[in-house]
Ligand binder design. Structure first.
Ligand code: SF4
Length: 282
């Protein structure tokens, strides 16, 4: 059974009338709820039976579907000349493995499509990682930052991206401002000159040629804080938009998890305070 790769894929199936018959305020909210397993797709009465049958499934089936997509990408890797892909990906080929740096850690794939990493491989990293190798154009990073909605096909997906990525990250930053700063450093983030008059600007590299800049504006004089992500203007050609979306939401979930688990005064597995630990294995 096919599994949607992101909530936007579900959103595209809906009639976008925001009629609320499903109990959600908008079709976009419904799509997000289905993707995260809080709603079932058949709760939208406007969908035809064929669509429902194609996409319905329990959360465990959704995982299986996700695995299915990952397996498909791995199979495609097995038919790819990884040595030739080295240059465009900014990686290193040795033995039968192509290795890229993902958030400062080494991730590899071999010529049979097997994945290797020192840390747990989450699907939100694995899928974009393989898509980047298979379909990325390998354009050099331009240095021009744009928002998600300025990327090709980003505009339609931006409301959901804003909610599930930027708003979620902002809440982490609001609660543990210092910790947020530290979290991004754990993943080899580089604090850069403040951009767009933000208070914190940090660049992360979830993939070598897909940098992400997180800008945070602290609350001030009754004005709410805000947080935005920026991508290099080449991001929509070095990675498909669905995978850019997945990376952003995955980063937000990872930050939430770390903030929940550690808080500002915790220590990591090696006994160091989180702000000074760079192992990334917590
Ligand atoms: S019932 Fe369907 S069409 Fe109506 S708001 Fe919900 S998802 Fe959208």
């Amino acid at each position: 059974m096919p599994h949607p790769k992101n909530a936007m894929e579900i959103f595209q199936l809906l009639d976008k009338s925001n009629c609320r018959e499903c109990g959600q305020k908008t079709c976009l909210a419904f799509a997000g709820a289905v993707f995260t397993g809080r709603k079932k797709i058949e709760e939208c009465p406007k969908l035809d039976r064929e669509t429902i049958e194609r996409f319905s499934g329990e959360p465990e089936n959704q995982n299986a579907g996700g695995d299915e997509y990952l397996e498909k990408l791995k199979n495609e890797i097995a038919g790819t000349d990884l040595a030739r892909a080295t240059g465009k990906t900014g990686g290193r080929f040795s033995g039968d493995r192509l290795t890229l740096r993902v958030l400062g850690k080494e991730f590899s794939v071999d010529t049979k499509g097997n994945l290797y990493a020192d840390i747990h491989i989450n699907p939100w990293v694995a899928v974009p990682f393989l898509n980047y190798i298979l379909y990325g154009s390998g354009l050099p990073v331009s240095g021009n930052w744009v928002s998600f909605r300025e990327l090709k096909e980003g505009k339609a997906q931006y409301p959901l991206f804003q909610k599930r990525c930027e708003e979620a990250m902002k809440q982490v930053a609001d609660t543990y401002t210092d910790l947020f700063d530290d979290i991004v450093h754990i993943f080899n983030g580089k604090q850069v000159e403040k951009q767009f008059e933000s208070d914190i600007s940090v660049v992360l590299h979830p993939l070598p040629k897909v940098p992400v800049m997180v800008c945070y504006w602290m609350p001030e004089d009754g004005i709410e804080s805000s947080l935005n992500l920026f991508f290099d203007e080449t991001a929509d050609r070095n990675l498909n938009i669905g995978s850019v979306f997945t990376l952003g939401v995955g980063l937000a979930q990872m930050f939430e998890k770390l903030a929940r688990r550690h808080g500002p005064t915790s220590t990591c597995h090696s006994g160091q305070p989180i702000p000074t630990c760079h192992s990334g294995q917590h």
